[in-house]
Design a protein around this ligand. Structure first.
Ligand code: GLU
Length: 304
């Protein structure tokens, strides 16, 4: 049985683009009779649990329920899984697949802008890749706390995407553990997907460029690679990725403007070619009409 998931970051309430992606991920899994999970990617909650984050999470879960995106089992919180992330990091370190990096963001930016740098190939210019033990000790004496980077060795990884075909890219030496000790996004996501048995990842196609590094991490950790489907985004009228500044784009905003949840699902279904412009729909009705092979390939521009 396939297991899909939706994994929002609790940085802001879900907008129509997030809701559309959630409905699609849910529909992909459910049409195969699969399981569907929700995971909150709250790697860095504020001290003592940020009350704003808690409010955002409650709202996100309520919105998913309101549009009919049902999920199985408890909602996983990434912040509660530090141990699992750390164990995976330990394995990568033991296998020699990482190195400490003492660069500040500014240093990375400046080195990447230098004339010999090839930011078109990889973003990290490799400053700390081959430091000697003495050089590392010097930096630590200066009080620098290192992040941990992936030693990708410029490996080219090929990813097969159900909607986008084959994507190949050289993997960058991404940060796997930040200097504050918290596992970085790619590492945590790969470990959590594997632990949850996720074998179908449906998400916005802005994340497609991040997929090769995640596949490389899966391989290095001996974890299975899920099936991927990167779906087109929703854009604002200015062509930028939909955001709060584009107006009434959350379920609460739409409700204040007089749209029921069924109307919102209907509009999202219409954007996918699954409903007429004025229809109201439940998620179950959307699912009955859903055909993964007939999805639009272009982004949808929300015009209010
Ligand atoms: N948490 C990520 C986001 O909100 C999604 C990660 C994923 O779906 O793989 O952009």
């Amino acid at each position: 049985m396939v297991t899909g998931r939706f994994a929002p970051s609790p940085s802001a309430p879900l907008h129509l683009g997030n809701l559309r992606t959630a409905l699609l991920a849910w529909a992909f899994a459910r049409r195969e009779g699969g399981r569907f999970l929700v995971r909150i990617e709250d790697l860095t909650p504020g001290p003592g649990g940020d009350p704003r984050t808690a409010t955002v999470v409650r709202g996100q879960l309520a919105d998913l329920a309101a549009v009919g995106v049902t999920h199985d089992g408890p909602v996983l919180r990434q912040s509660e899984r530090r141990d699992r992330h750390d164990r995976a990091l330990d394995r990568l370190v033991a296998a020699g697949g990482t190195y400490p990096c003492y660069c500040t963001r500014r240093e990375v930016r400046e080195a990447a802008a230098a004339p010999h740098a090839r930011p078109d190939v990889t973003a990290y210019p490799g400053t700390c890749r081959d430091l000697t033990g003495v050089e590392r000790a010097e930096r630590e004496r200066d009080g620098r706390v290192p992040a941990l980077r992936l030693r990708a060795d410029g490996e080219v990884v090929e990813v097969r995407d159900r909607l986008r075909g084959v994507v190949r890219a050289a993997v960058d030496d991404v940060v796997l553990r930040r200097a504050d000790g918290v596992a970085a996004y790619h590492l945590a996501l790969v470990v959590d997907d594997a632990d949850q048995g996720v074998d179908q990842v449906v998400r916005g196609d802005d994340l497609l460029p991040h997929t090769p590094v995640q596949v490389l991490l899966q391989r290095r950790l001996g974890l299975p690679t899920p099936e991927y489907a990167h779906v087109p985004l929703v854009l604002g009228p200015d062509g930028a990725r939909l955001a709060k500044r584009h107006g009434a784009v959350t379920l609460a905003d739409r409700s204040a403007a007089g749209d029921s949840a069924a109307r919102v699902v209907g509009r999202l279904a219409a954007s996918l070619g699954l409903a007429g412009p004025a229809e109201e729909l439940t998620a179950a009705e959307l699912l009955a009409r859903f055909d993964p092979d007939a999805l639009p390939t272009e982004p949808w521009v929300w015009s209010g």
